[in-house]
Write a protein that binds this ligand. Structure first.
Ligand SMILES: Cc1cc2nc3c(=O)[nH]c(=O)nc-3n(C[C@H](O)[C@H](O)[C@H](O)COP(=O)(O)OP(=O)(O)OC[C@H]3O[C@@H](n4cnc5c(N)ncnc54)[C@H](O)[C@@H]3O)c2cc1C
Length: 460
């Protein structure tokens, strides 16, 4: 008789937890998974998927505007927010049911409850019931942050609530400069709201290539999004039916909705990690080794709660690797290098590998190839927009170490370019690849002129 009720207790039914639970069960483990909200987690319920559906909705505006140049008359399109939200909710409910069914088919027992760790082998559910587990997996994700408390913070919403607003606000004030803030700015603006984006740093999208940041800011400002950098929201007040936000610059913004998108700290609090002896890393997430094992041998952690790279495919890969390592007899460490990423703004951003600044700091020699032009699609419509494509190359080896694109289809382009970057393709391989014409992506294999070549200064 085993001392344990289960082989694996998974806390959290999001991207990482669902994958880990399913694969562990398929390897023959007895698995229980606890989810306190809805199976599917952030990505499916209030992240990537509903966001992308809203992004699709918001892009019709530009298509309608462009249509005239192509001979179409769509002069009076009407948008209905409640219809979009109802249809989105239906699709999310379908996905949630599909995730639940997949887990159950694999033999995972799902418990609809909050779960907390009591000791290295015990988990307690909301009703007080305790489960003894040989291994515990922490997959509790991350949650929106409102930053330091300010007067009137109760009037602000996070991305969670943005998916359920009863109506489309006429004006939205968004605080934040990361991808979620920028994406919601594009969504609301595309759907017809006026948008002000407030960010305390000097430019949006910290961590992305500087040319990408400058280019995207210029593009979204052309679309009418007001970007205010170097300041933050200091207070929010209700003024009759509207809100008034006082900024640290002293300016006031009158708005219908204040959305804070200021990062997502890992969900490590209130789940018993301290009492079980689980260490928290400097980045605020659960400290883990390359196999996602925490400082307690029986407890593992994957996904956003470890604050490594907070993206769905990474959480899924970590969950899968964890299950293969522990229950499949195949120790698997996840390779976190060259993870492609996107910002579903309008225009879109896709990026993989090193930024120019990172390359110049790390490599002896860095070559840069850059191209900016009006896309063919915008010629007949007269739309004022430009595409940016950039390759960052190791000048000593000719290896392409970074690929950055801003423009329609950027995410789709970069997913494929990421294969080449991951394989270690050289710039000469890109050059030897025949162009596919007429496309925007062909520029990635036809850029011949370096726009910059830099030698790293020797350290003193
Ligand atoms: C608005 C938004 C847009 C995003 N867009 C993208 C995108 O385009 N591409 C991309 O790759 N990523 C995107 N992300 C990030 C992505 O959603 C996360 O990286 C991913 O969901 C992480 O998976 P996870 O399993 O670690 O955590 P989650 O998916 O957050 O799952 C954690 C689950 O644990 C549950 N939980 C927490 N504590 C407990 C407890 N004590 N007991 C029981 N259950 C608990 C939560 O309810 C949740 O369901 C987006 C996120 C947001 C917020």
């Amino acid at each position: 008789m085993s001392d344990y009720d289960v082989d694996l207790f998974v806390i959290g039914g999001g991207s990482g937890g669902v994958r880990a639970g399913r694969i562990a069960a398929q390897h023959g483990a007895r698995v229980v998974l606890a989810e306190e909200y809805r199976v599917g987690g952030t990505c499916v319920i209030r992240g990537c998927v509903p966001k992308k559906l809203l992004v699709y909705a918001s892009r019709f505006r530009a298509e309608f505007e462009d249509a005239a140049g192509y001979g179409w008359d769509v002069s009076h399109p009407v948008f209905d927010w409640p219809t979009l939200i109802a249809n989105k909710d239906k699709e999310i409910a379908r996905l949630e049911a599909a995730y639940t069914a997949t887990l159950q088919r694999a033999g995972v027992t799902i418990v609809e409850s909050r779960a907390v760790v009591v000791d290295p082998h015990t988990v307690q559910l909301a009703d007080g019931k305790r489960v003894r587990a040989r291994h515990i997996l922490i997959a509790t994700g991350a949650a929106p942050s409102y930053g330091d408390p300010i007067p009137g913070i109760e009037f602000a919403i996070s991305s969670n609530e943005a998916f359920h607003l009863p109506q489309l606000p006429r004006h939205v004030l968004i605080q934040g400069g990361g991808y979620i803030a920028v994406e919601f700015a594009g969504i609301f603006s595309g759907l017809g709201a006026q948008v002000t984006l407030v960010y305390r740093g000097d430019n949006i999208l910290r961590g992305f290539d500087d040319d990408v940041r400058t280019h995207l800011r210029m593009e979204i400002e052309k679309h009418g999004i007001r970007v205010l950098t170097g300041c933050k929201v200091a207070a929010i007040e209700r003024k009759e039916a509207r809100l008034s936000a006082r900024l640290s610059s002293g300016n006031h913004v009158s708005t219908d909705c204040v959305l804070f998108a200021m990062g997502r700290p890992p969900n490590v609090g209130g789940i018993g990690l301290g009492q079980a002896g689980v260490e928290i890393a400097k980045n605020g997430g659960v400290a883990v080794d390359e196999y996602s094992r925490s400082s307690v041998a029986s407890i593992y952690a994957i996904g956003d709660v470890t604050n490594r790279i907070n993206l769905t495919p990474v959480a899924i890969r970590e969950g899968h690797a964890f299950a293969d390592t522990l229950f499949g007899g195949r120790p698997t460490a996840v390779d976190h290098a060259n993870v492609p990423t996107a910002v579903f703004s309008d225009p879109e951003v896709g990026a993989v590998g090193l930024t120019e600044a990172e390359a110049r700091a790390r490599l002896a020699r860095t070559d840069v190839y850059k191209s900016m032009f009006r896309p063919l699609k915008a010629t007949l419509s007269g739309r004022d927009t430009a595409v940016l494509l950039k390759l960052v190359v190791d000048g000593s080896t000719d290896r392409v170490v970074g690929c950055h694109v801003v423009g329609e289809g950027a995410a789709e382009m970069v997913q494929l370019a990421a294969v080449a970057v991951k394989m270690g393709a050289a710039k000469a391989d890109f050059d030897a690849t025949m162009a596919l014409h007429p496309t925007t992506a062909e520029e990635l294999v036809t850029m011949r002129q370096k726009t910059g070549s830099y030698v790293r200064e020797a350290a003193e």
